[in-house]
Design a protein around this ligand. Structure first.
Ligand code: RM4
Ligand code: MN
Ligand code: MN
Length: 393
């Protein structure tokens, strides 16, 4: 890959940032208020636009409904467009109502299941107003004890509900189905792994694809293998990027395991470049999204770092010598092939990325600028009471 091709690929990279990464957030123990944290969806749009201004590759913001509910979505869309970003994925919320104690779309009570489906359909209507192409689905549904509920019945409820939503999606849009093996349910989760999510998506049809959240796997799961399998099936729809050490930690993507992120990007680049049209088209349409809520680190700086970590991993993946790699693989050269991959991973791409930033008129020192922005909004917005967590003493 020559410099022009490398620069073009870097310019085409896209990372969506989440509205919920800009507001105050915490653990169940405590939410520490961040000075200047966005208080409204409009301010979240301002913050997302600033991250895009600083990076050039974060042109959309995901919304969470109802956290980001507004009366007129067209107004919000226009406001965002004026700021230079688009409204991205719509994330429904099916875990914060009292009725959902035993689940939403898999609840044993038909009235609750209907309420959940109605919310999903409302989100489909919202997509039409915001021009969003992706409905991003995560379900807290599951059970805590063996025998608590009928697992096959729950699977059927899950499928039935998703079918209604799938069939209501406008042309050219899709549903992205997340899976997570635990939490908040601990015995069983209705969308518990990529295999279950994949079989639902296959049964539902063309508008259903799997979303891989990096925090939703058991320790040492080979996520790049899941990515390659889903790409080959034409069923990888998107990512929720973050990093984990123990569980769904939502730390900065690429911070705990940069090699994993590189290997994931390598699978995406090689699918995109392959002669297999299904895999390459699937790779080209993947929605890359960050799903992180920063609890103690400065929010804007953390989001900036996250986008830049994705850029660095992608740049390294672009440098893999695919011809040499295929030759070594065909020769059964175990470590030779491994070294070809690692040569790219070990390349210091900071100089290339600096040159790319210059060529694209981006700020030379985005961290200094994000600090200035954070100071400015802290003065304007102040600190809002966050408290949260367990009841205070
Ligand atoms: C889940 C999952 C979803 C997110 C919720 C709040 O762990 O990652 O994507 O919307 O958390
Ligand atoms: Mn997620
Ligand atoms: Mn998660």
């Amino acid at each position: 890959m020559n410099q022009t091709e490398l620069f073009n690929a870097l310019s085409a990279q896209r990372i969506e940032t989440p509205s919920w990464g800009y507001g105050n957030s915490g653990t169940r123990f405590k939410t520490f208020a961040a000075p200047g944290a966005a208080r409204t969806v409009w301010e979240k749009v301002d913050d997302a636009a600033e991250i895009h201004r600083l990076t050039g590759i974060a042109p959309s913001i995901a919304l969470h409904i109802p956290w980001d509910k507004v009366e007129h979505y067209s107004e919000l869309g226009e406001y965002a467009a004026k700021k230079g970003v688009a409204i991205g994925a719509i994330n429904p919320n099916l875990f914060q109502k009292d009725q959902y104690k035993l689940g939403s779309i898999t609840n044993p009570d038909a009235a609750v299941r209907k309420m959940a489906v109605d919310h999903l359909l409302e989100c489909v209507e919202t997509m039409k107003k915001t021009g969003s192409k992706d409905l991003s689905l995560w379900f807290a549904d599951g059970t805590n004890y063996a025998g608590q509920d009928d697992l096959r019945k729950r699977k059927q409820y899950f499928r039935e509900a998703l079918r209604v939503v799938h069939d209501a999606l406008p042309e050219g849009s899709r549903m992205l189905l997340e899976y997570k093996f635990f939490e908040p349910a601990f015995y069983y989760t209705d969308s518990f792994d990529w295999g279950a999510a994949l079989s639902h998506c296959v049964a539902l049809g063309d508008k259903a694809q799997v979303l891989v959240d990096l925090g939703h796997h058991a320790q040492s799961t080979n996520i790049e293998a899941i990515v390659s399998f889903l790409l080959d099936e034409g069923k990888l729809g998107g990512f929720h990027f973050n990093a984990r050490r123990y569980a769904d930690d939502d730390l900065i993507v690429g911070s705990t395991n940069p090699y994993e992120l590189f290997c994931i990007y390598h699978e995406l680049v090689s699918a995109e470049r392959s002669a297999d049209s299904l895999a390459s088209e699937t790779a080209r349409n993947v929605a890359y999204m960050i799903d992180q809520s920063h609890n103690i680190e400065p929010k804007m700086e953390a989001m900036l770092q996250s986008v830049l970590n994705c850029q660095e991993a992608y740049a390294k993946a672009l440098l893999v010598d695919h011809i040499a790699l295929q030759d070594r693989q065909a020769d059964g050269d175990v470590l030779g092939a491994h070294r070809v991959l690692n040569d790219a991973f070990k390349t210091d791409v900071r100089g290339v990325l600096k040159a790319w930033r210059e060529a694209n008129g981006l700020p030379e020192n985005p961290f200094a600028e994000v600090q200035a922005y954070t100071d400015k909004v802290a003065a304007e917005r102040g600190v809002i009471d966050a408290s949260g967590g367990y009841p205070s003493e």
